[in-house]
Design a protein around this ligand. Structure first.
Ligand SMILES: *[C@@H]1O[C@H](CO)[C@@H](O)[C@H](O)[C@H]1NC(C)=O
Ligand SMILES: *[C@@H]1O[C@H](CO)[C@@H](O)[C@H](O)[C@H]1NC(C)=O
Ligand SMILES: *[C@@H]1O[C@H](CO)[C@@H](O)[C@H](O)[C@H]1NC(C)=O
Ligand SMILES: *[C@@H]1O[C@H](CO)[C@@H](O)[C@H](O)[C@H]1NC(C)=O
Ligand SMILES: *[C@@H]1O[C@H](CO)[C@@H](O)[C@H](O)[C@H]1NC(C)=O
Ligand SMILES: *[C@@H]1O[C@H](CO)[C@@H](O)[C@H](O)[C@H]1NC(C)=O
Length: 884
């Protein structure tokens, strides 16, 4: 009699590739929107040049198709500024004492029109007498505008202005630059760069239904943004986050500025989540870059303090205009998942714009972005206030959240957008509140110029410093409170007064050391309600660390379990060294007060098993399943071959394959892992989960990578058939999935036991490859099973076949349902099929409250009905021998 202890699943163990994901998402992704018109015109030069930061090419306007049209005897002049800069497009300008016009043939639709100014002295144009008007067709965009006065007032070196203009069918866009007549001397007009970029039709303009028409604040009506209006950007603010460059926008080259503390009347906290991909189910994915939704501003957790307090943004504006206020929201603080948990009021210009703002109500889910548009008329004030006021919710929370703000000035019936120049305050003392009309979003290129070529050096220097600090201070790898980009360099305050550090070999920089207090706070003192899984050696809690801004899975090992302690360290040591996109990685651990606690990131879609059967959720599509299998196989392959000493997982099952928010598979639970030593198999006590156990391993107690291959084969059948690996309720012939599937393959009836949802959805050629690989994995003899790499490649091939077949169907019947013929007779040629049937176990299952345990009796090793199938005695003999 042999007792096998078994570990039950850990739910929700999780991704912590946040950093990597973050970096790669910026550098590699193709933008969600590709502009039809994308013109970058460098004024006052004949050569083309590339902006070294955005890598965009700017075309010189001299001798190009965009050469300006001007009066014959009053030519404009191409010039370079006195102070030399080499930043495109500021290094050259076009200047004139008389008007000139650029003419653009564009596709119809709304466009961004951006102007770039570098207001310094140019030869022949000294004295900051730049006063001019800019018209776009019939719109007056700027009037008596002085770039030098504005730059002065903003304390910026360069300026940009952004407008939105709709180009009608068969219309040209002509931009006219006209010096403003003045009595006190001759004024001139100048421009350094012009940019024209298309935008999606419905981004800011128009409305498909009444619900998307902006609400006119203070009145009961909507205020549609019509195509005959022009818009001027006042501010585009990444609330709670950093500056987002034009190149990192969604394809429209908008800059998102960092929040300036001076614009906020009251402080708050910055919740953020770095790793998630926003779910664009409510708005289009081009609305704003993902990073916009990963950070936010809130009041913080103190309900008492928050009540009666508010989050208020103050912007300087020109009176006499309507303004479009777009507020972006995305609930990223995890305790908040239900409607009415976080409710607040939104006031714009001291009028109620939204009485019950409730982001989850609007989006139904976390991590789902949404925006709300409001229009407000500012009659005679110089400031626009946007205030978010917490309301005490039925859940006892009083807080607000805001992810981004965009504000546009709207042209009126007179088609004018121009306002007065800011008061030319003779250099005010620095402490004064800056006159910050568009200040927030005015180009960051200023800084670029100021730093000039030093920037590269600074970057290197900063990096070196960071590296040094990182090494010296052993800064923790995870700090979710501030964006990693910011906090990486700063040593963390010593939160955990941990005195007991067991393994000095443990790389602290790879693995955060949590104090027990932190863990208790995170799990509400191990509150029962937060338990998400129970395993053989402990429980898994959902936890909230760093003031609730980050959700984690906290695995608390049962302190009494000696066996668990070993596994605890095995898992820490292994996980902190293993990094693979298809493996769950560890955030940290806690070993205070006799506790053994592991902390993982939270994988929001739970286990693969959860999505296969006994679930209320929508079934996974076949392609999704294939991708998950390829991913999991790749994770296991990495364990087997990617590291110096091969690692055998030992408990591969659908419950140990977790899914992140993008349905990427992550292999989890290395608690049982044993390092294989080259080719010598590891002999040890038999462990694993019934239904997945390699029969050869049970017989010989010799553990090899091929045992994982067997278990993975069982998972492949689970995925195909959507049923348990071992189902006691079924007839004895069918109870063990792998054996039953093999039998069906032999009989040619495998097509009949697959998940009914998948029927007609699998391309026959894909099905064949998939079944072949699954069958080869669960072969009885170890040496007849493939290695994980082959499994991964074959599955990937199966995925290709499915995709090709789908594409072919799509061609014939675009957008239609694709249906494939049923695979009637299917058989895998295998010489070993017959002898494979001898290994059916009879297991006695014991349901316990801490999971499922079992005992296995050797005397009952075969299902009675299959006794006759046993043709060779060697297996039983083997088993008996190994019992000794
Ligand atoms: C954006 O959404 C569109 C349509 O929903 C989709 O086709 C596209 O792949 C998405 N782009 C990105 C970068 O996510
Ligand atoms: C600049 O680029 C434009 C378009 O990319 C091209 O037509 C033009 O010939 C280039 N001019 C020079 C001087 O290279
Ligand atoms: C500029 O465009 C507007 C509108 O398309 C048109 O009315 C106007 O005549 C154009 N001006 C010139 C000088 O071509
Ligand atoms: C919350 O704020 C109130 C009022 O400012 C203060 O008295 C209280 O100590 C704060 N509570 C916590 C837990 O910080
Ligand atoms: C918001 O808070 C500021 C300062 O804390 C206060 O002056 C203002 O009156 C408040 N606004 C509202 C609408 O409560
Ligand atoms: C043009 O702007 C200057 C500077 O702000 C101002 O002094 C002047 O009065 C303005 N002229 C007109 C006609 O508005």
């Amino acid at each position: 009699m042999r007792n096998l202890s078994m570990l039950t699943p850990f739910f929700y163990v999780f991704v912590s590739f946040s950093l990597l994901a973050h970096i790669s998402s910026v550098s590699t992704s193709t933008p969600p929107y590709v502009a039809v018109d994308d013109i970058t015109l460098n004024c006052g030069t004949s050569s083309n040049s590339t902006d070294q930061f955005s890598k965009r090419e700017w075309m010189g306007d001299i001798r190009s198709k965009f050469t300006p049209i001007e009066e014959a005897d009053h030519k404009s002049i191409a010039s370079t500024p006195h102070s030399s800069v080499n930043t495109v497009p500021y290094s050259t300008a076009r200047l004139s004492y008389s008007q000139f016009m650029y003419d653009f043939h564009l596709t119809p639709g709304p466009k961004f029109v951006r102007f770039y100014f570098y207001p310094v002295s140019y030869p022949g144009f000294e004295g900051s007498r730049d006063f001019f008007t800019v018209k776009a067709g019939s719109f007056t965009l700027l009037k008596n505008f002085s770039a030098s006065i504005l730059a002065n007032s903003l304390k910026e070196v360069t300026l940009s202005k952004e407008f939105c203009i709709n180009v009608g069918k068969d219309q040209k866009l002509n931009l006219t630059f006209i010096p403003f007549p003045s009595t006190s001397g001759k004024s001139y007009v100048f421009i350094n760069g012009i940019e024209i970029v298309s935008m999606p039709d419905k981004l800011y303009y128009g409305a498909e239904g009444p619900s998307t028409v902006p609400k006119l604040v203070g009145q009961d009506t909507g205020f549609p943004i019509k195509e005959d209006m022009a818009l001027e950007k006042v501010v585009r603010l990444n609330v709670g986050g950093g500056f987002i460059s034009a190149a990192a926008d969604t394809g429209m080259f908008r800059e998102w500025s960092q929040q300036k503390d001076s614009s906020w009347l009251s402080g708050g906290v910055n919740p953020h989540q770095v790793s998630f991909i926003p779910r664009y189910t409510k708005i289009s994915n081009y609305t704003a870059p993902d990073d916009i939704y990963r950070s936010a501003l809130s009041k913080g957790p103190n309900t008492t303090k928050n009540q009666g307090s508010n989050l208020t943004l103050k912007l300087s504006v020109d009176p006499g205009f309507h303004y479009l206020v777009r507020l972006h929201f995305c609930e990223i603080v995890f305790p908040i998942t239900k409607p009415s948990q976080r409710v607040f009021q939104i006031n714009i210009d001291n009028k109620i714009a939204e009485e019950w703002a409730d982001v989850i109500q609007w989006t139904q889910r976390n991590e789902t972005p949404v925006y709300k548009d409001y229009v407000v008329y500012i009659q005679n004030k110089l400031n626009l206030f946007i205030a978010l006021l917490p309301r005490l919710s039925p859940y006892g929370i009083a807080d607000v959240i805001l992810n981004a703000v965009e504000v546009f000035k709207l042209s009126g019936y007179d088609k004018n957008l121009a306002g007065p120049n800011p008061e030319s305050v003779p250099s005010p003392p620095p402490a004064q509140q800056p006159a910050s009309t568009a200040s927030e979003s005015e180009t960051k290129k200023t800084k670029i110029i100021a730093i000039g070529s030093g920037v590269g050096f600074l970057v290197v220097l900063t990096l070196v410093c960071c590296m040094l600090l990182w090494k010296v201070r052993k800064t923790k790898r995870y700090d979710s409170y501030y964006p990693l980009s910011k906090c990486w360099c700063w040593p963390e305050p010593d939160k955990g007064k941990s005195t007991r550090t067991r393994a000095s070999s443990l790389p602290e920089e790879l693995c955060r050391h949590f104090s027990i207090d932190e863990i208790k706070t995170a799990t509400h003192n191990f509150h029962e309600a937060l338990i998400v899984g129970v395993g053989g050696f402990g429980s898994v809690y959902k936890g909230f660390i760093d003031d609730g801004t980050m959700i984690v899975a906290v695995k608390r090992l049962n302190p009494e379990s000696k066996q668990g302690f070993r596994e605890f360290w095995t898992e820490i040591e292994m996980l902190s060294l293993l990094r693979h996109v298809h493996l769950v990685s560890l955030i940290g651990f806690c070993d205070e007060e006799g506790e053994m606690i592991l902390v993982y990131d939270y994988l929001s879609n739970g286990t693969l098993r959860h999505h296969l059967y006994e679930t209320q959720d929508d079934p996974l599509s076949w392609k999704q399943r294939l991708k998950i299998c390829v991913g999991a196989a790749s994770g296991l392959n990495y364990l087997h071959t990617g590291v110096k000493q091969p690692i055998i997982h030992r408990d591969v099952k659908s419950n140990n394959i977790l899914l992140d928010e993008k349905w990427v598979a992550k292999v989890s639970d290395f608690g049982l892992s044993k390092t294989g030593q080259d080719n010598t198999a590891v002999s040890t006590m038999v462990k694993g989960t019934l239904g997945y156990l390699d029969p050869d391993y049970v017989r010989r107690q010799q553990l090899t990578e091929k045992s994982d291959v067997y278990s993975f084969g069982v998972v492949l059948f689970e995925v195909l058939c959507a049923r348990k690996a071992l189902d006691q309720k079924l007839e004895i012939e069918q109870c063990h999935l792998a054996n039953w599937a093999r039998k069906c393959i032999e009989r040619g009836t495998i097509g009949e036991i697959i998940d009914s949802y998948l029927k007609g959805k699998i391309a026959p050629e894909c099905f064949k490859v998939y079944v072949e690989v699954a069958e080869s994995c669960v072969r009885d003899q170890v040496n007849q099973r493939p290695v994980m790499k082959d499994v991964m490649e074959k599955l990937s091939f199966a995925l290709d076949l499915q995709e090709n077949a789908d594409a072919a169907k799509e061609k014939i019947n675009p957008g239609g349902e694709h249906s494939y013929p049923k695979v009637v007779l299917f058989s895998v040629v295998s010489s070993t099929c017959v002898s494979q049937n001898k290994n059916i176990y009879r297991e006695q299952m014991l349901e316990t409250d801490s999971g499922t345990g079992f005992t296995m009796t050797n005397t009952e090793l075969t299902c009675p009905s299959l006794d006759s199938a046993i043709t060779s005695q060697d297996v039983l003999t083997d088993t008996t021998n190994s019992k000794a």
